[in-house]
Design a protein around this ligand. Sequence first.
Ligand code: FNR
Length: 387
Amino acid sequence: MLNFFDRSHRQILNLNDFDPVARSFLPRAIYGYVAGGADDGATVQHNLEALSRLKMIPRVLRDVSTCSQQITLFGRRYNSPFMIAPMGASAVVGRDADNAMARAAKNAGIPYALSANAITPMEEIGRSYPGCWFAGYQKPDTENIDAMLGRVEGAGFSAYMLTADVAVGSNRENNNRNGYTMPFRPTARLVADMACHPSWLLKVGLGTYRQRGIPRISNIDPQARPSIFSREINAVTGYPSFSWKHAEFIRSRWKGAFIIKGVLSADDARIAKELGADGIVVSNHGGRQLDCAVSPVEVLSEIRNASGTMTVLVDSGFRRGTDIVKALALGADAVMIGRPFLYAAALGGEAYIRHAIGLLQREIHTDMCLMGATDCDALREERVVGL
Ligand code: FNR
């Protein structure tokens, strides 16, 4: 096998470094699907800018020799204040990527959420990481919701995360430009694109086909498993009539932790709290849904204040230990990270994801010590300026 992976490993010193390596490894259409945002990609950029505008005021001469980055979420102890975000169709990007992410997260002691839009059946992931989280899109009918929640519970997931910011599919022009479509159409351009990336084609494309046959979206509906080539797949691009009353129904039926993902308004955080959610994710979906949405860090403090004792997670553009420390200082309980882990999964599977997790853990440790914080709670009292 080509030694591409070992060579590139040495170049990757932080989470940002995965992007250019993945860009040359992946077919243009696949890289674009992962990296891209909605419309002009303004929010993808804005997420990074908003984080970089924030500056921290460290405290000195505190004994940080016993610094710990462990946290507790929904009654479970985790080793670090970050987790792997749910990403649909991951196993189309990296071979067996959902299992690789689940195993790496489990071994590192951090949470992982499987997307309903994954091609790996949830039962398989439930075995790889018992007690991990499920991120659902949901048909707005109670029978379907009931059947789905039964399946998720039976598969051993401990938390149900409702992805709430996908009322409709967004406008992803970069996908149109690169020829990435759902249903997937193997046009001459796409085949040429893949042929120009033989390492990906052999390791991921054909490997996935050999392992699973034609990829199917496996978790969107308890009955249907539409193939990525079939028209039925259009059914998974958002349910416009899905509303708070369906969220309330899920809450009444789901016994584990219930989390609502995609909240950017303090009023929505209050509604989530009133209906009995255990947590929310302050998120603009990594800039992939509403372009020109605010960045989560711009509204995080306000949402924290509106959330009471609810767990507040945040994502979209977090890459560095300092980004995570900023989020914790602004009141988040933990941070979710998407794209870099998927690039890592594509480039080298579980070993690369472990590498990414380790890099971030080291950065967080250094940054917490330099902030003068011995644990994540201690960061809450530290100051972040530049909002
Ligand atoms: C996503 N995201 C996502 N979210 C979700 O709730 N369900 C899903 O199926 C998906 N699918 C998905 C696919 C891909 C390829 C990406 C990159 C992202 C959004 C994801 O959970 C998270 O909110 C963002 O990825 C966070 O931003 P960063 O860290 O990627 O900048």
